[in-house]
Design a binder for this molecule. Structure first.
Ligand code: ARG
Length: 459
């Protein structure tokens, strides 16, 4: 018979069991479920709701179940519906009738809210750790290639020369914000829901703050109706994971482009790329493509839970059982993606020469020619027009700006002097951009320094 079978005259249909049950996926919260139950039993005993002896038996039974599960000796049965009832049923088998006292002053509605919060707290800490390792690796890549120059793009058209390290540090900033988001959202996870009961609280003299302390929660939820129906924290984690994935996907897209023979800016390590079964010459950036692709599924999980929640009346509704698979999938996906992405990055070879070639071919220092004139007090707008004409001249005559003679420059404006070529050399264009946050070497060195201080404090 079901634990809730009292008012039923018939067993449930087999197909309903499969449809209704969540044990196949919520069993991963077994440890949280058991630890939560132990804390609850301790509180019941302290408040004289159950006896000390009874609590001891319950706790021992629960610890035995934990061992059984970890040894792979526990049978998860869809007939038990979910992890909460599976553990409770086994407890009664082990300790007898007294096991039936565990669920006093508690409902599965507040119990599931507790388990998922505990589980997501644990996973948030794990993801944070992996993210910090990625931040570390980005700094390593930036430092190793600190002075490598590449074309910077806008509209995917060559725009201005930049340091490759500056480009990588842009991603450092993105992932650092993600870390910040994880830390911030942790505060909202860290609120203890048990004691809300089914929806309205309980008539027993419980001590919720004691349970919170036992389970290392910083606060206790304030409204029982909100407590059993709130899934904001799951949406939030889904969103943060989506953001991390989007950031990885953007860099993945660049790496896919950079590793084409058209760009040839980078070479992926053999151990982090794959071949084609038909075209022997190919080396494919599968990791980067998969990360880009998995982003779709991760967004899907976010949309899924947002949609589940949109029309739910207070308080608990079974709809929210649909909150778990998506976030579990996103957690699993982001963890492996972050690790493999990091490995791919640190083993990737940078083709400095090809990056430079990309610079020499375009008119990538045109802005600097205009700045040269503007610094001699010509209004920038006028300088911009003049350099536009100069670019057309170069195109017609098939010349690069660096190949122009001083007389040719002077045809466009008298302010050009002998130092023009030196002032618009690529190195000068890059390192002259010393403005705070700019691409110049000095600025990049400051960025790396700040990052190293930040990361040291995180470890
Ligand atoms: N398996 C359920 C869930 O994940 C647990 C809560 C069920 N509560 C209930 N009253 N049916 O949401």
């Amino acid at each position: 018979m079901k634990l809730w079978g009292g008012r039923f005259n018939k067993g449930t249909a087999k197909i309903l069991e499969e449809f209704n049950g969540s044990i196949n996926f919520d069993k991963r919260m077994y440890e949280e479920d058991i630890k939560g139950s132990i804390a609850h039993s301790k509180m019941l005993s302290r408040q004289n709701i159950i006896g000390e002896e009874e609590q001891k038996k319950i706790e021992d039974g629960l610890l035995q179940i934990l061992k059984e599960i970890e040894a792979g000796e526990f049978t998860f049965d869809i007939k038990d519906e979910d992890i909460h009832m599976a553990v409770e049923k086994r407890l009664i088998e082990i300790v007898g009738e007294v096991g039936g006292k565990l669920h006093t002053a508690r409902s599965r509605n507040d119990q599931v809210a507790l388990d998922i919060r505990m589980y997501l707290k644990k996973e948030t800490i794990t993801i944070k750790g992996i993210l910090i390792e990625l931040l570390d690796s980005l700094i390593e890549v930036a430092e190793k290639n600190k002075e490598v120059i590449m074309p910077g793009y806008t509209h995917l058209q060559r725009a201005q020369p930049i340091l490759f390290s500056h480009h990588i540090l842009a991603y450092y900033e993105m992932f650092k914000r993600d870390l910040d988001r994880l830390e911030d959202s942790y505060k909202r996870l860290d609120v203890m829901p048990l004691g809300a009961g089914a929806l309205a609280g309980t008539t027993y003299d419980i001590d919720r703050h004691f349970v919170a302390k036992e389970l290392q929660f910083s606060e206790v939820t304030k409204n029982s109706l909100d407590t059993v129906s709130d899934r904001d924290f799951i949406i939030e984690l889904n969103f943060i994971i989506s953001m991390i994935s989007m950031h990885m996907s953007r860099l993945s897209e660049e790496i896919i482009l950079w590793s084409t023979s058209e760009f040839s800016f980078v070479n992926l390590d053999d151990s982090y790329s794959t071949g084609s079964s038909i075209m022997p010459q190919k080396k494919n950036p599968d990791i980067a493509e998969l990360i880009r692709g998995k982003t779709g599924r991760i967004y899907g999980n976010l949309m899924g839970i947002l949609t589940v929640m949109k029309g739910l009346p207070l308080a608990y509704n079974k709809d929210t059982q649909e909150d778990k698979e998506g976030v579990f999938d996103s957690i699993d996906t982001i963890k492996i993606s972050l690790v493999i992405f990091k490995e791919m990055l640190i083993t990737m070879k940078i083709n400095e020469k090809n990056m430079m070639k990309g610079i020499e071919d375009g008119f990538i220092n045109a802005t600097d020619v205009a700045d040269y004139l503007a610094k001699k007090k010509l209004p920038f707008r006028e300088a911009h027009r003049i350099v536009g004409e100069l670019v057309v001249y170069c195109e017609i005559n098939n010349k690069k700006i660096s190949q122009l003679k001083l007389e040719e420059f002077k045809q466009f404006n008298d302010l050009f002097e002998g130092d023009i070529n030196e002032k618009i050399s690529i190195k000068e264009c890059v390192n002259g951009r010393k403005s705070y946050g700019g691409t110049g070497l000095e600025s990049v060195e400051t960025q790396i320094e700040d990052a190293n201080i930040f990361l040291k404090n995180k470890k």
